[in-house]
Design a protein around this ligand. Structure first.
Ligand code: HEM
Length: 802
């Protein structure tokens, strides 16, 4: 039999002779045996079912997989109970105590997922229920797959199909959870190499993080959440399944199936006990995760919260902070405009700029400015940034020649659909303040206002907010606006080679006083939320061209899938409608026009008409409004952007946000005292602001090779430190081999201060990978680097050229 498994085997020939009433009857026969189906083949069927379930889950159809699993297991259990002669209903109820809990959990997860496809908690519940069902119902009955009989009322084939589905789908759903979590992390951390031009902004989540300057003393939300999840996992022992179900036929061939199924053999009970214990743990974890996911218990954000107050944002010279750094926008922001008082002189304006420069230096470092009003006494800087600029109307005042106003700062043209309030538009001076605490922002604005007294007076100010740090398990995830859309997906990304060109005025560009600066277009855009919310989700998605839940473009994929504007529906219509917002706003539709959108949501109560006075404080940063906001807004107006029906532009302003002051200089010095302050862009690298514990990963010196190149290996790991974190080298070329020895992805990102390199760094290094980057650093100085994902946890390094 071993020699020919699977073949028909002749066991014996038999021959019976019967004599009756003088007659002789003979009967001949053969006993043959053909082995049942191969176990491997049947187990492969389970593998297929698991693969199908995994595929469904990864397509965000976990709800359907869960419903199919429950249906199969209910049928399976019913078929087993129906085979019990005395009391099938009682057998069903008694035999499926654990299953009832698992079915309820699976259906609950399906319901949650039908409402919110990306609910991580629901995915945990689904995975836990899947594991429980597979382990408690499928595994103990696996022998049905290769048996010829089993206590099942509706035939062996049905029993075998159901056991295959129950086991495969259950395990498939359980496997889907880690795959999905890993996948989500990976897509969030996509690198430039994976993306195309049309995907540029999609990289924002991962890549704008790279420009996060040094944040001191903060812990990441991701860690806090992860820690919470693990801590919340409870071990629960499931109940033993006492009755019901099928069992190996060969073990009980002589038994009455009805009786034997009522007192299941110890093997099944044993398996069920173990299985339900495993499943119980999983279900406990799942439930705990769901509670955390749905914010029903407080996340242990202790470290994060403790670090928020003391966090500071380094100025990314030659740019002011608050434009592209910090990558994670602070939770609160105010945009304010000032007008010079009548008769203000250039000397007064210079004095004001000097005083503001000094006060800003104090405020962003957490020092009290002189004559402090003590409004924010006891609060730290909370990542405060203050960004200052000049409006078109400044020229012609304070002795500034109106003709000296650069063409980029010409007042914005009128756009058809706007209804602007002049009193809350424009201004001579513009300031953007942002921090993770509203009081800190308010205090900073009051300080600037107090200092300006006698030279400039407030014209208007508007406050808004973004997501609070720690509110999302993934700090790099794109935030939502008040319409519920993921907003900011397709922004220029800091690590793109043309990012600087798009956002900041180039070193050789005119006017010289704006080199390293950026033009800010500010619009207060009220959202007509009552009308918007009256639309179905599908209609809302057509207005934008992206899915509301995932932010994926309508033709399909994930949030970061490149937008295919040519994609068609099966009926030949455009998948992204002709008037969809992302079609009309896309750089491809506007001659490459691009801007860095970093808006704030606002909620100012109700209008006189009782409608929500809420919407978007739209802030767009660009090197030139003529290659940014203006052509895009024209197109959105002329081509009737579908979003126009739900928005109202109420105020507008344009400011030339000057470069950061160099050395002992002050904001706007190059304009107010031409010739005295050199162009910032041409200046040497500034002394970097480094965190005090930057050396916590140790110091290493690059070793000079025979070819004149210095080399060093830097390792990153799950301690969220670089080793070494201080890299010493002599002026010249260094090759840094960057190794990821941990399980989390890391970046090695510079913050734009490298003098001889336009952009450098490693965008995303997956766990276990390594790569080598080459840098030419000829100028002595300290060049800070940080991990784009873990800067908030203090993962920074410095290259020290001496
Ligand atoms: C309340 C008003 C607005 C809302 C709610 C809104 C919302 C959105 C959303 C949800 C996206 C898709 C996700 C993304 O890539 O960020 C988007 C993309 C974009 N929006 Fe807006 N937007 C508004 C106003 C504007 C204005 C006034 C402009 C410029 C004139 C603009 C320019 C853009 C650009 C350039 C994109 C990226 C398009 C692409 O390349 O895919 N948006 N907006």
């Amino acid at each position: 039999m071993k020699a020919a498994p699977g073949q028909r085997h002749e066991i014996s020939n038999w021959h019976i002779t019967l004599h009756r009433d003088g007659r002789t009857i003979t009967a001949d026969g053969k006993l043959t045996w053909q082995p049942g189906p191969s176990k491997a083949l049947r187990l492969a069927g389970i593998g297929l079912a698991a693969a199908l379930a995994l595929w469904l889950c990864l397509r965000s159809w976990t709800a359907w997989a869960a419903v199919a699993l429950v249906a199969a297991d209910v049928l399976h259990s019913a078929g087993v109970a129906a085979d019990v002669a005395d009391g099938p209903v009682a057998a069903f109820l008694k035999g499926n105590v654990v299953q009832f809990a698992a079915w309820a959990a699976a259906l609950w997860a399906a319901w949650l997922l039908a409402r919110r496809k990306d609910s991580i908690g629901a995915l945990w519940v689904a995975a836990g229920a899947g594991l429980l069902i597979a382990a408690a119902s499928g595994v103990p009955d696996l022998s049905v797959l290769w048996s010829s009989t089993a206590p099942f009322a509706w035939g062996m084939t049905v029993a075998q199909v159901l056991v295959t589905v129950v086991t495969g789908f259950g395990f498939g759903m359980a496997i889907a959870l880690p795959v999905r979590l890993r996948w989500t992390r990976d897509t969030g951390a996509r690198t430039d190499a994976e993306n195309t031009e049309t995907d540029s902004g999609a990289r924002a989540a991962a890549e704008t993080e790279e420009r996060e300057p040094v944040l001191i003393g903060s812990a990441s939300a991701a860690d806090a959440w992860t820690g919470g999840r693990l801590a919340a996992v409870e071990s629960r022992t499931g109940e033993q399944r006492a009755t019901g179900g099928s069992r190996p036929a060969e073990e009980h061939a002589a038994d009455d199936p009805a009786k034997s199924s009522a007192s299941m053999p110890s093997r099944r009970s044993f398996l069920a006990t173990g299985a339900t214990s495993v499943g119980g743990v999983a279900a406990g974890a799942a439930a705990s995760a769901l509670l955390l996911d749905d914010r029903k218990s407080s996340a242990p954000a202790g470290d994060l919260v403790a670090g928020l107050g003391t966090a500071t944002v380094a100025v990314p010279f030659p740019h002011q902070a608050g434009i592209s750094v910090p990558a994670r926008q602070q939770g609160h922001g105010t945009v304010a405009a000032f007008d010079l008082v009548d008769g203000a002189t250039r000397e007064q304006l210079k004095a004001l700029m000097k005083a503001w420069t000094a006060a800003i230096g104090d405020l962003i470092s957490g020092r009290a400015p002189s004559d402090d009003d003590e409004i924010a006494l006891g609060s730290g800087p909370c990542s405060l940034t203050i960004t200052v600029g000049f409006g078109p109307s400044l020229f012609g005042k304070a002795g500034l020649d109106p003709a000296a106003r650069p063409p980029q700062l010409a007042p914005l043209p009128a756009f058809g659909t706007e209804q602007l309030d002049p009193a809350r538009s424009d201004g001579d001076l513009g300031v953007v303040l942002a921090a993770d605490d509203a009081l800190v922002v308010f205090h900073a604005l009051r300080t600037l206002t107090r200092i300006a007294d006698g030279t400039a007076k407030p014209r208007w100010s508007m406050s808004g907010f973004t997501r609070a740090p720690g509110s999302s398990p993934d700090p790099s995830a794109t935030g939502r606006n008040l319409m519920g859309q993921l907003d900011g997906t397709n922004n220029p990304a800091a690590s793109q080679p043309d990012f600087e060109r798009k956002v900041f005025v180039a070193a050789g560009a005119d006017p010289a006083w704006m080199r390293g600066g950026s033009y800010l277009v500010f619009r207060r855009i009220r959202m007509l939320l009552d009308s918007w919310e009256a639309q179905s989700t599908a209609d809302q998605e057509k207005v934008i061209g992206r899915r509301k839940d995932t932010g994926a473009p309508l033709p399909g994929g994930t949030e970061h899938t490149p937008v295919n504007l040519a994609a068609q529906n099966p009926d030949g219509s455009l998948a992204i409608r002709g008037d969809a917002h992302i079609r009309l706003a896309a750089p491809a539709a506007n001659g490459g026009a691009a801007m860095l959108r970093r808006g704030l949501s606002y909620n100012d109560g109700l209008t006189a008409g009782g409608e929500p006075d809420a919407g978007l404080l739209f802030l767009a940063w660009q090197a030139d409004p003529d290659r940014g906001f203006i052509p895009v807004q024209k197109r959105l107006t002329v081509n009737m952007d579908a979003l126009n029906r739900f928005t109202k532009h109420e105020t507008s302003a344009l400011f030339a946000m000057v470069p950061a002051p160099s050395g002992s200089g002050y904001l706007g010095q190059a304009l107010l005292e031409p010739g005295t302050a050199s162009s910032n862009a041409a200046s040497p690298a500034p002394a970097a602001t480094l965190p005090s514990d930057v050396g916590s990963g140790g110091t290493g010196r690059a070793v000079l090779g025979a070819d004149g190149v210095q080399r060093i290996t830097v390792t990153a790991d799950d301690t969220l430190r670089y080793h070494p974190s201080v890299i010493e080298m002599s002026p010249g070329t260094v090759e840094i081999t960057f190794k990821n020895a941990g399980t989390l992805p890391h970046t090695l990102s510079e913050d734009g201060t490298l003098p001889d390199e336009p952009r450098a760094g490693v965008d995303n290094l997956a766990a276990g990978d390594q790569t080598t980057m080459s840098l030419k650093l000829t100028r002595p100085g300290d060049y800070p680097f940080q991990c784009g994902y873990h800067a908030a946890e203090g993962m920074y390094a410095v290259i020290r050229v001496r």
